[in-house]
Every structure is written in C-alpha cells, then in structure tokens.
Design a binder for this molecule. Structure first.
Ligand code: ZN
Length: 241
C-alpha cells in the first residue's frame, strides 16, 4: 500500500541498509510502501569488506528483478565511520574471537552503534529532505543489544527531532518479528524471487565466509550470526509461515 502525505506529495524515506538479511527485508518493505527511497550504508572498518560488496549486489539485483521498485530507488550513500571502528574493541573491528561478555552481550557489540548511525542518518536526511528513517533494528535479536530497544530508539529520535528542529520519524518494521517471521515478511513482499535474492545475495556471517552455500545462504555456519540465520530459516520452513 502506498503512503501519501496529507498534501499528496511523494512519500520519501531514507533506509539504513547494510546488505544483511534484515536490512534487505526492510528495503523491500520500504519500496513497497513509499514512493521514493534512498539508501545509506556505514563503513566502520568492519573486518570484512564483503558486506560492502554484498550491499551493492543486493541493490543491483533488487533493481533488476523488481522493475516496480527500481523506479523508486534513489541515491545510495556511503558514510565513512572509521572513527567508530578505531574506538571499539570488539570482534567485528578487531581480530579476536566472538564470545559472550559479562551481562550476556556478545563482544560483536559496538557500544552505541545504532545511536551513532541514527545521528548520521538524520543529518543526511535533513540535507536530503528525508525525515522518515528506516532501520532493521529488532528486539527479538538474540543479542539483546540495548541500542536496538524501542525505548532507546524513541528517546534518540526525540533528541534528534528536538536538536534538528524537524519532526523525524523512525520506522522499524522488524522490531517485534522473529527471524522466521522476517523470512515470511520477505516472501509476502516479493514472493519466492525476493526470498531467493535475500538467500543468495545478503550477508550475515561475522567471519565473512562466503565459500559455503547452505540452505539458508552463505556463511561459516557456526558464528552467532550464522546460527541465528540458520535457525530462523529452519523455523520459517518448518512452521509453514
Ligand atoms: Zn558465520
């Protein structure tokens, strides 16, 4: 369903798009709902530039196989946040093993990462006239990242709207969905074609492994991101969602 503003203007949004399963599903959701969508990726010295390559492939293939969406897909922006990588001692940005730290957070957690992403997204959105932001944050995520929680995000969006003196809004279509339900949403939005695109082109694995193709996509099969993706895929198939 298309969203029209009160004045009948085009509805526009800026989506934080990493090239992973969640943000690809959000991108399809956005293209189904808005008239015009721009994409934003952050480069912060992830160990694997594979994610940056995958996001380009997803964008290209999304344009190629969904002509109805291609017309709505606007500029893609890439913001260099290497300073974030430099101050974060985590397994995504340092060559250390992924472990659960005290409090149960995996050390893949970059402190405050989503808060920083939101500020940059809003600053870009301000310049581009895009005050609706979209993100793949998910409370059901195994990791319990505190910056993915709805209370955190609401507080942050309130601060952004006040600080930029413009009413910004954040849409998080996956917030209360399980990984299995996220696969179901993708299928609902783009059928088997989209499911296949997400399986083949998106990247989740923390180890950057893309040599082995499983039923659920590429990955090492044993890091937390692969385990989560595999579990969601198996649940989606067995539950007949
Ligand atoms: Zn993996």
């Amino acid at each position: 369903m298309m969203v029209k503003t009160k004045t009948g203007e085009m509805s526009k949004a800026l989506i934080m798009f990493s090239g992973g399963q969640d943000s690809a599903t959000c991108l399809a959701w956005a293209l189904n709902r808005f008239d015009y969508v721009e994409t934003l990726g952050f480069n912060y010295d992830q160990r694997h530039s594979i994610e940056m390559t995958c996001r380009q492939t997803v964008l290209e293939n999304m344009r190629a196989v969904f002509p109805r969406w291609a017309d709505k897909l606007g500029a893609d922006h890439l913001v260099d946040l290497s300073a974030l990588g430099a101050i974060s001692e985590t397994s995504l940005t340092r060559d250390v093993e992924i472990i659960l730290s005290e409090g149960g957070l995996p050390n893949t957690f970059v402190p405050g990462r989503n808060l920083i992403f939101l500020n940059f997204a809003a600053a870009l959105g301000y310049r581009r006239g895009l005050t609706t932001l979209i993100g793949g944050m998910c409370e059901a995520d195994f990791s319990g990242y505190p910056d993915c929680r709805i209370e955190t995000l609401n507080a942050q969006m309130n601060a952004i709207s006040l600080g930029m003196d413009r009413p910004f809004k954040l849409e998080t279509p996956l917030m209360h969905l399980s990984k299995a339900q996220a696969w179901a949403l993708a299928h609902e939005l783009g059928g088997q074609t989209l499911t296949d695109l997400i399986l083949e082109d998106t990247h989740s694995c923390y180890m950057g492994e893309r040599d082995t193709r499983h039923a659920w996509g590429y990955g090492c099969g044993s890091c937390p991101a692969c385990e989560l993706r595999a579990k969601g895929w198996h649940e989606y198939n067995s539950e007949g969602l």
